[in-house]
Design a protein around this ligand. Sequence first.
Ligand code: ZN
Length: 402
Amino acid sequence: MHRPKTRSISTQDIRRDNRSLVLNLLRRHKLMSRVELARIAGLTEPAISRITRELVDAGLIAERSLAADGRPGRPMVSLGLRGEGLFVLGMDIGANSQSLCLADLCGEVVARQDLNLLSFDNPEAALEYGADRARDMLRTAGLEPGRLAGIGIGIAGAVDRSNRILLQAPTLGWENLPVADIFESALSVPACVEGRPRAILHAEHTIGIAQQKNNVLLIHLGLGVGVALMIDRRMLRGASNSAGQIGHLKVDAAGSQCTCGEFGCLNTVASGYAVLSQLGMAITSAQPDDARVGNVWLLKHAAAMAYANDIAAVRIFRSAGEWLGRTLSQLTPIFDPELVILAGAMAQIPSYVEGVRNNFHLARELPLSISTMTLEQAAVCLALDAFVFDPRLDFGRFAGLA
Ligand SMILES: [Zn+2]
């Protein structure tokens, strides 16, 4: 029978949306019965039965029998995501570390490896090497064709996510790289790229400490100071993808010179590099690449000194934290967040965090939390949301779902 084209597209859209809704509910609630799914999704039980049957047949969800609280009768049957139904790759690239992992539909990492991408002469060769390692990882895991949904790449730098380009990564010395295109053509799966702070904030909002929060400010603290901002549940990016970057705010009138040429930027007093400078450890004179790698290593050494209660190190980390705390006190009211998150290597150092907390004063109570999200989890979450849980995703390409 002939049907108008618009009708069939619309029906297909509804089926796709409902499948996505069920998958997202199972991601959030882990195990749910069909009755619970119908109630929360606002769908009829026959509709839920049909959708879940399709997803079971596609291998994306599975039934799990649960004992019904010791009561007699049939055990309760719940549904949950089937981890091995689909996989994603996650890659994180920063000056301090580069890693690759393979994770399942539940976000569980099933394989990982460190990459040494900074030993290459140019970034293209480094990314090609990364793609080679990804191919090796997939071969070793023996994935069925079609079970890899895509790859998510987090990079410590300014990223234009919609144009899929790394604009600039000063700590890596990389710029203007079509990162997603490079991995897409190398691996023949969809790829997406995001800046590290935004990737971490995205993951914290989806599966971490910022769930249910609509307005979040995340400060990523490594050798430099990076920022990610979520306002009204939307990631704030700005005209040049650098919204919220505070590293070059001038905060110290008597400050030293920054890499940008100005004096007294926040980066010169509150960053990991600032701590190294204060400790007299920062490398400035060597080749830029050597200085980057050397300073990353030295920051780990400085952190170890602070952990060992080295008096000078503790004082300098605390002082750097105080600069950030004072700056956040000025800055935070502009964005009016409901949660501030500190992430990155510096956020794991107690004296630094203490310095921030002691100088972060606002007219109202505002929680300040420390992120424990790993960079791999963030990259995996990026890929899962872009290629599996996005409601716009067409599941037709997985296991023949129409
Ligand atoms: Zn500057």
